[in-house]
Design a protein around this ligand. Sequence first.
Ligand code: SAM
Length: 286
Amino acid sequence: MDNLSNISVVKDILSRHGFTFSKSLGQNFLINPTVCPKIAEMGNARQGFGIIEIGTGIGVLTNELCKRAEKVVAIEIDERLKPVLEETLNEYDNFKLILSDVLEVDLHKLIADEFEGLDVAVCANLPYYITSPIIMNLLESRLPIKSVTVMVQKEAGTRLLAKVGSRDMGAVTVAVNYFSEPKLLFNVSRGSFMPAPNVDSCVIRFDIRENTPEGVSDEKFFFKTVRSAFSQRRKTLCNSVSSSMGLDKSVVAAAIEQSSLSPSCRPESLTMEEFITFSETLKKLI
Ligand code: SAM
């Protein structure tokens, strides 16, 4: 169905199915007709590609994905949307719905079972309450995918798009830049959604790196160190890491010195290479 961003069509479908929005599931559906075609086109929905969509709503983005991609598998947690999607997507035979929490789905298996011979990309207008866990789960599990294109609220976008070594960065900034090259595609105003949220959104594409940065011998330890570094934002790297990892300050200070960093440096001043050197040095000292 092509007019799923038309407010009267959306209202009619929802009322016929007795559907009411769930705030706790982050249900803000897109009603701006220009947004979904752009996400689909810029998000690699084309022949030769299988797309995983997270959170279908009534299928407004799914419809644009199905038109363009070879196959679309969508994961939606809200079972009440099943009959809605049977109506709105009934013309497509390249669509499959999985009713589940995306964080519970074995995505490696899904890709192997559903997308043999295809390149794979993820596209989604993400539920805002689990933006970071979903993005980190997609990136950290090293899925065989080309890109992740997601709509997120502006605030989350600021961290995800921050440059490593800049004031806006956080642990998630280091992680997304380790696995991918993030790029802002476009901004979306709050009025593009029903119901309208209190903030604007933006669409980001993470192009997955074929090779992650060199020099990390233990990814688990690396990301633990990064998270500890940002656990108390106003503290120095030394204070933050020692208190969060339960380490003696002198050990952390030695790792900082041996990594040629300033004793009073703060985590947001470190580059990716400096984080790697620091975590490798720390690992050898403890
Ligand atoms: N794609 C639709 C659109 O753009 O109008 C809906 C986007 S809405 C922001 C987020 C969707 O994700 C909702 O349909 C919601 O039910 C679903 N959702 C929320 N939590 C989820 C989870 N843990 N796993 C899968 N889907 C989830």
